[in-house]
Ligand binder design. Structure first.
Ligand SMILES: C[S@@+](CC[C@H](N)C(=O)[O-])C[C@H]1O[C@@H](n2cnc3c(N)ncnc32)[C@H](O)[C@@H]1O
Length: 195
């Protein structure tokens, strides 16, 4: 089995036919930050083929985020291991509201493209449907962030995960150099003083 066909680790994010590399880059960064090990995307609009000039935005390239298995694959549902719960994240009637949503442990979150929505064949693969409350649709990478942040928050609430702080994880420096954001060294971010 080639690594392209290997079953992905869960939870996973699947982007259906994204249009812009910067949104794939943003999703990658969010996955890495919230310890989501897999990012799959479909379609030919983002190939990240360096030879043809496609690449991740510089910031994402520099960081690497090598802890995320990132693959373009046109049949991502065929790769998913048994027991996974595909969750369509889309503005649809009768979708569960994210605020009330209890995340399946083995979820694969599926997002639509910037210039469309999830087609019916993709929705047919999904077992749960969730909408992010708000007055407007979010940008694709912001939608990924909202869902993975909500998952992280609820896992913390339920005692399933510890807090991970960027300063500690990245080893940015001792805590006495920090201000408001514990673990973020004052040398690497502007200071915001506690009032
Ligand atoms: C920018 S939206 C696509 C545009 C959208 N179909 C529209 O009518 O303007 C890209 C994707 O982000 C996700 N998304 C954005 N806002 C959302 C929301 N409030 N609830 C659920 N999904 C959302 C969906 O997966 C959507 O397909």
């Amino acid at each position: 089995m080639s690594s392209d066909q290997a079953p992905p680790a869960l939870p996973a994010v699947i982007l259906y036919n994204p249009k812009f590399g910067h949104n794939v880059g943003g999703a990658l960064r969010t996955c890495s930050s919230f310890r989501v090990p897999t990012l799959l995307w479909t379609g030919k609009r983002v190939t990240l083929d360096v030879a043809s000039g496609q690449r991740l935005p510089r910031e994402e390239r520099m960081k690497g985020y090598r802890d995320v298995d990132m693959r373009r694959h046109d049949a991502p549902f065929d790769l998913l291991p048994p027991g996974v719960v595909p969750v369509a994240v889309e503005v649809r009637p009768n979708a569960e509201r994210l605020f009330d949503f209890e995340h399946p442990e083995s979820a694969a979150y599926v997002f639509g493209p910037e210039d469309g929505s999830l087609p019916s064949w993709v929705l047919r693969h999904c077992h749960r449907f969730v909408v992010i409350p708000g007055a407007h649709c979010l940008n694709l990478s912001s939608a990924v962030l909202a869902v993975l942040y909500d998952r992280a928050l609820k896992r913390y609430r339920d005692g399933l995960a510890d807090v991970v702080l960027p300063g500690e994880f990245e080893g940015r420096g001792p805590e006495e150099n920090t201000d408001v954001f514990v673990g973020v060294s004052s040398g690497s971010m502007g200071k915001i003083r506690r009032t």
